[in-house]
Design a protein around this ligand. Structure first.
Ligand SMILES: [Fe+2]
Length: 274
C-alpha cells in the first residue's frame, strides 16, 4: 500500500472518528488506564513510552507501524555527536517575538531548562528546535484550517544551541489550545513541540511541552496515550516566578532527559503528531 492510500484511509477514518463524542473517548481512555494500573500493580514496572496503538488517538491507528522496527547496529557515524557551532544558529532565532516588524499578540514568556542524559550530565552544544501555534491556537502552515486569526508577527518556529550546562532558552508567546478532528469537540491542550538531537543521532527525539494545570489534560488522547502518570507529569513545565521578569514576561522551566528511566517521553518514530 502506498503512502497516498494510507493518507486516504486516514481521512476516511478521521471523518468517522469525528462522530465520536468526548464521553466515548474519555471512557476508552479510562478503560485503557484501568488496564494499565492493574498491570502496574502486578508487575511494578511503569511504562514510560506511549502505546503505538492507543485507540482513543484515532488517527494513530492507521499511521502507526504494525511490525516491530528492525533493529540494526548503528553505523559508527551515527554514534558520534552531531556537531553544531554557535555560528550555525543566530541569536535572534531563540526569540520568537522579534522575528517580524511588529510584536506578536499574546502572553510573552521565557521557556528555559536543561537537556540532560540519563546520569544527569548536561548535554551541551546541541540543537534544540521548537514549533508552536500562536496565541489564538493557529499554526502558520496551510494544513491548519482552524478559523482563528493568523498573527502576521508570529511564525512560531525557533532554534537554539544548549550552553555548557545543557541550558536552552527561548522567548516566545504562550500558544493557545486548538481543535483537531480526532473526535467531536476535540481540543489539544496548549503545547510547544520540541526536537532534540542529543549526544548521538540515535538519541534524536521529538516531544511536546505542556503548561501546568491545563483543564484539557484528562480529555486529550495524545497526552493520555502516555499511560504512566509520572511520565505524563514530566512533560509539564513548571511556572517559575524567579524567571518571570517584572512588567515583561512570565517564566516557565522544563528539563528534558534523553536517556534512562526518567527519560522524557518521545513521539514514536514515523508518527506525525498534531
Ligand atoms: Fe501541535
Amino acid at each position: 500500500m502506498g503512502s497516498h492510500e494510507v493518507d486516504d484511509a486516514a481521512e476516511v477514518y478521521s471523518s468517522d472518528a469525528a462522530a465520536c463524542t468526548q464521553a466515548q473517548i474519555s471512557d476508552e481512555i479510562a478503560q485503557l488506564h484501568g488496564e494499565y494500573q492493574r498491570t502496574l500493580d502486578r508487575t511494578g514496572a511503569p511504562e514510560a513510552q506511549p502505546r503505538l496503538d492507543f485507540a482513543p488517538y484515532r488517527s494513530s491507528i492507521l499511521r502507526h507501524p504494525t511490525k516491530d522496527l528492525r533493529h540494526t547496529d548503528p553505523e559508527t557515524i551515527e554514534l558520534v555527536s552531531p556537531a553544531f557551532g554557535h555560528r550555525d544558529v543566530a541569536e535572534i532565532e531563540s526569540d520568537l517575538t522579534i522575528q517580524h516588524n511588529g510584536e506578536p499578540l499574546g502572553e510573552r514568556m521565557i521557556v528555559t531548562g536543561r537537556v540532560l542524559d540519563g546520569e544527569g550530565h548536561p548535554v551541551r552544544g546541541q540543537l534544540v528546535e521548537i514549533w508552536q501555534a500562536n496565541s489564538a491556537g493557529r499554526y502558520i502552515h496551510k494544513r491548519d484550517q482552524h478559523p482563528a486569526p493568523i498573527d502576521p508577527n508570529f511564525t512560531g518556529v525557533g532554534r537554539c544551541i544548549t550552553g555548557d550546562d545543557g541550558t536552552y532558552r527561548f522567548t516566545t508567546i504562550k500558544p493557545g489550545a486548538y481543535p483537531w478532528k480526532n473526535h467531536l469537540n476535540a481540543w489539544r491542550p496548549a503545547h510547544i513541540h520540541f526536537s532534540l538531537f542529543g549526544n548521538a543521532f540515535t538519541q534524536r527525539i521529538a516531544t511536546q511541552m505542556y503548561f501546568p494545570g491545563d483543564p484539557l489534560f484528562p480529555l486529550d488522547p495524545i497526552y493520555q496515550s502516555i499511560r504512566d502518570q509520572s511520565a505524563r507529569d514530566r512533560l509539564v513545565a513548571s511556572y517559575d516566578h524567579e524567571l518571570t521578569s517584572p512588567e515583561w514576561s512570565l517564566g516557565y522551566r522544563w528539563d528534558i532527559v534523553l536517556t534512562g528511566s526518567g527519560k522524557t517521553w518521545a513521539e514514536p518514530e514515523g508518527d506525525e503528531h498534531e
